[in-house]
Design a protein around this ligand. Structure first.
Ligand code: SAH
Ligand code: SF4
Length: 421
């Protein structure tokens, strides 16, 4: 059994913060303060924000509305845009793209782009708001999404963005919140990296900006969903995670109703999250139906038991059409039997929930086996028959190691990666 993570790593504020003066990620107030401190008029802040978040410039020199002297002053004071940069791309046969994104200090994280042409992934944690789906005629019960293809509703394609022009209804971007992860779930490849550092809010939001730019996405025209499900545990980088949400909502223009954050279960952070004014949807990585199994596969369970996590989750003030998503990675012979499904139902009684079953994605050096397809089907059926909306997450980008839990910095280990850029 691997060593449980240290207490100080469990503090949501714990941080190995990078020291950098990055403009990207700053709020309008912070930019104003900066301008005033440099003896500039506050409206310069608005110009910088416009350039950073709407024009998505990639260097200070491109902000030509600023006087050259101001740009020089910013540079001399050590300010950079601090935008993460896509340095490597791998494309899957299913359209998924995985990016290696380099940060200012040379560390790297992975970000995934999942264009979705069939509208059938409502259950994967990347859902658009239920209201929007209802408006489009995409509402349905769980089994519709897992047993059959949905006909695409007729849509007016005039005035659509780059995404719709390429035939996609929406896309989901999966972003990382830390370089590596301290939580050490036994089935996850990211865990093998250990924790290297937290990302800043700007670096988290910057992944989105980099990917949107790559695909020529204009906000307001294309529907973009976000999932905080890449490398790292967002709730162990809580402050910067919330900062990124603010930038993404207020500046980039992605509503929080189209964002889902997944946590392995940091109890105090869940309670804090429940009180946030700007709050993505929550997904909890339950992954086991009792503490004994969960402790084996997620040692963090020694710190917070399932019951404590569920109590914390119950404090979330859910919107009328909001549910808590419970992710459940199915590991062959470990947590995939009918008795486990029945235990899950018992646990989730009284919580407005839906369940996302994720077939475990194998990775080198991890000694689990995939569940049998018939066990997956039986598990889902048992939950659905009891009235629990239950989806099986479609594995995306498995051939490029972009699927769940397969994000790991693998540049040198993967000669088959295709560099497109
Ligand atoms: N740290 C957060 C978010 C990132 S992991 C969390 O754990 O929730 C996102 C999801 O991928 C989690 O539900 C996790 O349980 C799942 N996951 C991790 N490794 C996996 C693997 N090898 N196969 C399938 N799912 C995996
Ligand atoms: Fe970290 Fe999530 Fe992987 Fe667990 S599953 S090690 S919390 S990234």
């Amino acid at each position: 059994m691997s060593q449980i993570i240290k207490d100080e790593q469990l503090q949501p504020e714990s941080a190995v913060e990078p020291r950098q003066k990055a403009l990207f990620g700053m709020s309008l107030d912070e930019l104003r303060e900066l301008m005033v401190s440099l003896g500039q008029k506050p409206y310069r802040a608005t110009q910088i924000a416009e350039a950073l978040y709407h024009q998505r410039v990639t260097s200070l020199d491109e902000i030509t509305v600023l006087p050259a002297s101001l740009r020089a002053e910013l540079t001399a004071a050590g300010y950079t845009l601090g935008l993460p940069e896509i340095v490597q791309t791998a494309r899957s046969v299913d359209g998924t793209e995985r990016y290696l994104i380099r940060l200012a200090d040379g560390e790297a994280v992975e970000t995934v782009w999942m264009p979705d042409g069939d509208g059938g992934e409502r259950g994967d944690g990347s859902e658009a708001s239920a209201e929007e789906e209802a408006a489009e005629g995409l509402e349905g019960n769980a089994s519709e999404f897992t047993t059959g293809e949905l006909a695409a509703p007729k849509r007016d394609l005039r005035n659509q963005g780059a995404l719709a022009e390429s035939g996609y209804r929406r896309a989901t971007i999966c972003i990382s919140s830390q370089v590596g992860c301290a939580v050490n779930c036994q089935f996850c490849l990211t865990a093998k990296l250990g924790i290297r550092r937290n990302l800043t809010g700007g670096e988290i939001a910057g992944q989105v900006a980099a990917v949107l730019s790559r695909h020529g996405i204009r906000m307001g025209k294309d529907r973009i969903n976000l999932v905080f499900m890449g490398m790292g545990e967002p709730f162990l980088n809580y402050v910067q995670f919330i900062r990124s949400v603010e930038v993404l909502v207020k500046h980039i223009g992605i509503p929080e109703s189209r964002m889902t954050v997944s946590t392995s279960g940091i109890e105090p952070a869940i309670r804090r999250f429940a009180a946030e004014p700007l709050r993505p949807k929550l997904a909890l990585s339950l992954n086991a139906s009792n503490d004994t199994v969960r402790e084996q596969i997620m040692p963090i369970t020694r710190k917070w038991k399932i019951a404590q996590l569920l109590d914390a989750v119950k404090t979330l003030p859910l919107g009328k059409r909001e549910w808590i998503t419970f992710e459940y990675v199915l590991l062959g012979g470990i947590n995939d039997q009918p008795e486990h499904a029945r235990e899950v139902l018992d646990l989730l009684k009284g919580i407005k929930s839906k369940v996302n079953l994720i077939v475990w994605n194998p990775g080198p050096g991890i000694a689990y086996t995939q569940p049998k397809p018939e066990d997956v089907a039986a598990f889902q059926k048992l939950l659905i028959d009891a009235g629990m909306p239950t989806y099986i997450r479609r594995p995306r980008g498995r051939d490029i190691y972009a699927a769940c839990g397969q994000l790991k910095r693998t540049v040198s280990e993967e000669p088959q990666v295709v560099t497109i850029r």
